[in-house]
Design a protein around this ligand. Structure first.
Ligand SMILES: [Zn+2]
Ligand SMILES: [Zn+2]
Length: 150
């Protein structure tokens, strides 16, 4: 064993909801990491910004409490998941992108390394961190690809 996070098939991180009923692991490397400023993420999270980590669906394994996961989809793009015991949010399926957003805040000891801000035109919280600020989404994810100067 090289470290606690190393398994024979690569890195693995544990995560859980607020109460611990829902537990999961994510394995390998995320497809992307950053911050989303969109109105949906802000309202769903009740926070000013959502720190996301995007994974291929098979990188996520629910290890406990799968039957306690609630789902709500306001649009076909995002199936938002939470623990029906505590209400804590855990992840969002994006079927169109073929990715799942596991909220950085609910993964233990994860080396969150954001690379981008998306939907920055909707921002409520200005973040001067030198990272690229996309007006909406990158071109390869169906957006305009326009970057804003902050
Ligand atoms: Zn819970
Ligand atoms: Zn968003």
């Amino acid at each position: 064993m090289e470290s606690n996070n190393k398994m024979e098939n690569g890195k693995s991180y544990k995560g859980s909801c607020f109460c611990g009923t829902v537990q999961f692991t994510v394995s390998g490397d995320p497809a992307g990491m950053g911050y989303c400023h969109c109105e949906s993420c802000r309202r769903w999270s009740a926070g000013p910004v959502n720190a996301f980590t995007l994974w291929k669906p098979d990188a996520l394994k629910v290890t406990k409490g799968a039957d306690k996961i609630g789902t709500f989809n306001k649009t076909p793009n995002s199936y938002r998941k939470w623990c029906t015991n505590c209400g804590g949010h855990v992840f969002t399926d994006h079927p169109g992108m073929g990715l799942v957003d596991v909220y950085a805040a609910v993964i233990d000891d994860f080396p969150f390394s954001p690379g981008i801000h998306v939907n920055y035109q909707e921002k409520k919280l200005r973040m001067k961190d030198g990272l690229p600020k996309m007006k909406d989404m990158p071109k390869e994810m169906g957006g305009s690809g326009v970057a804003l100067v902050d």
